[in-house]
Ligand binder design. Structure first.
Ligand code: FAD
Ligand code: NAP
Length: 433
């Protein structure tokens, strides 16, 4: 018996789900991958840092899934606007939600809403050319910037701030964004961890890379690099060793300076309309392991605060959602009859791209064991009746070709991102220029 499945979201989780459906099922499966943007690959395109070209090349694997004969890409179709859960359950035997985690978490401190206090999600979207954020959104006009958080996203953000625009010229960073990076006034970047080096979430390879940025001196205060106890897993021990070695180095007068700080928590962002400073409190761990303030404060004279304290999923209309875990409640991927979930929406915003492969495989095992059925309508007819013409895989290929052409014209790398929905839709001939 054949199966028709809608996968909502074309990030790694969605595409690995499509692949697992085709590979794991003994019966033929038709998979439509619905995506709100005209472009596939989710955070691989709009999250992975532009200078991480080898990681970005995972897209070459993902594209092969979209090119499988029974898999279709339907771009420009948003669950919650063009289609509803009811529509999908009428048109498919099963639906798998893979919409990731699109928004930032907040710190909940005074001043967080000031101008130039911004979320890493927006900053990342900006340098990745996401159509939700204009290239004019950021002006790097402050000599000092604080980045809150010591995870891998914070490391990406710090690295982009620390490098020269020339370092990023061969990447796919939109040209207008590159121009703003070239005008950057940033001289000092403060990266702030609320706990110690042994608790930092960044991985060793990513941390080491910060030390290789030729444009910046990386500094760690010897007292903040001290870690008590010694029985740490290899990765953490590696981080501690790198940070300790940096604490023994002196700045050599590079154009930018990166201060990696620990045991400090933001308590207030200062300023009247825009950020004028960041007040931090020194911390320690309580006996039960919580971060507590020591009553000792310092203020950094920063003009911009970038909070990189984690992403968060948003509820999908008509789909169960836990406001406690900020995920879709599920049992091995099953949400309700004929409804499933995979990726960051299923387990929260942690894990690398590959983590989504095993995660998707679990969901697909559950789905295939259930052998769901119930498709009675056609998505093509439903969308046509609503005047919705999805962006096809061929349209996406035209967008890719236009990005490669742009790179050639500008004398930059393999591709340069087109910015804005209009430019992308014009590139595939869907709207007139
Ligand atoms: C800034 C950043 C950098 C990262 N860098 C790396 C890295 O270098 N290496 C690594 O291994 N991992 C990296 N990761 C982690 C990796 O990106 C994630 O593990 C992975 O992308 C999660 O996959 P996902 O499919 O669940 O979500 P996503 O990749 O976010 O995909 C979700 C997709 O759903 C679409 N969507 C959302 N809502 C709707 C809707 N209502 N209807 C239709 N479509 C919708 C979105 O447009 C998106 O395309 C990074 C993460 C971030 C945040
Ligand atoms: N190159 C790569 O492989 C790569 C690149 C980017 C992202 N990713 C992956 O994507 C996932 C998400 O990364 P992420 O960096 O967004 O999240 P993350 O790894 O969870 O890191 C979040 C950081 O924010 C801190 N934080 C949280 N709330 C805070 C608060 N209120 N005040 C101060 N600090 C706060 C956390 O500190 P505490 O630990 O104290 O909570 C932590 O240091 C991770 O799994 C990551 O590995 C991978």
């Amino acid at each position: 018996m054949s199966l028709r499945v809608a996968v909502v979201g074309s990030g790694p989780a969605g595409i690995y789900t499509a692949e697992a459906l085709v590979k794991q099922s003994a019966d033929p499966v038709d998979v439509d991958v619905l995506e709100r943007l005209p472009t596939p690959y989710g955070l691989v395109r709009y999250g992975v840092a532009p200078d991480h070209t080898s990681i970005k090349s995972i897209a070459n694997y993902l594209r092969k899934v979209l090119e499988l004969p029974r898999v279709r890409f339907l771009g420009g179709v948003t669950l919650g606007s063009e289609v509803s859960v009811e529509d999908l359950l009428a048109c498919y035997d099963a639906v798998v939600y893979c919409t990731g985690a699109m928004v930032d978490r907040k710190m909940g401190i005074p001043g967080e809403d000031l101008l130039s206090s911004v979320a890493a999600t927006d900053f990342v979207n900006w340098y990745c050319g996401h159509p939700d954020v204009s290239p004019e959104a950021f002006e790097l006009d402050s000599p000092e910037v604080a980045v809150i958080g010591v995870g891998n996203v914070a490391v990406d953000v710090v690295r982009v701030l620390a490098k020269t625009a020339e370092d990023l010229r061969a990447t796919d960073v939109p040209d207008d964004v590159l121009a703003r990076l070239a005008d950057s006034q940033v001289k000092a970047i403060h990266m702030i961890g609320r706990r110690g080096p042994e608790h930092a979430k960044f991985t060793l390879k990513e941390l080491r890379e910060l030390g290789e940025v030729a444009n910046a001196d990386v500094c760690v205060r010897p007292d903040e690099a001290v870690v008590l106890g010694g029985d740490f897993p290899r990765q953490i021990k590696g981080n501690i060793d790198v940070l300790r070695s940096w604490s023994e180095r002196s700045p050599v007068g590079r154009p930018r300076r990166l201060d990696v700080r620990f045991w400090l928590r933001p308590v207030e962002i200062l300023g009247t309309t825009r950020v004028e400073g960041l007040r931090l409190e020194r911390t320690r761990l309580s006996e039960d392991g919580r971060v507590v303030g020591t009553g000792e404060f310092e203020t950094l004279p920063v003009g911009m605060v970038l909070r990189s304290v984690g992403y968060q999923s948003v509820p999908l209309p008509g789909v169960p959602f836990s406001t406690e875990t900020m995920t879709v409640p599920n049992l091995a991927g099953r949400v309700r009859d004929r409804e499933y979930v995979a990726g960051w929406l299923k387990r929260g915003p942690t894990g690398v791209i590959g983590t989504n492969k095993s995660d998707a495989a679990e969901t697909v095992r559950t789905l295939l064991a259930d052998a769901p059925s119930g498709a009675v309508a056609s998505i093509d007819e439903l969308l046509a009746a609503r005047g919705v013409r999805p962006v096809t895989y061929e349209d996406w290929q035209a967008i890719e070709a236009a990005e490669a052409d742009l790179a050639r014209t500008l004398g930059r790398g393999e591709r340069v991102k087109l910015v804005g929905l209009e430019a992308m839709l014009a590139a595939c001939g869907r709207i007139a220029t």
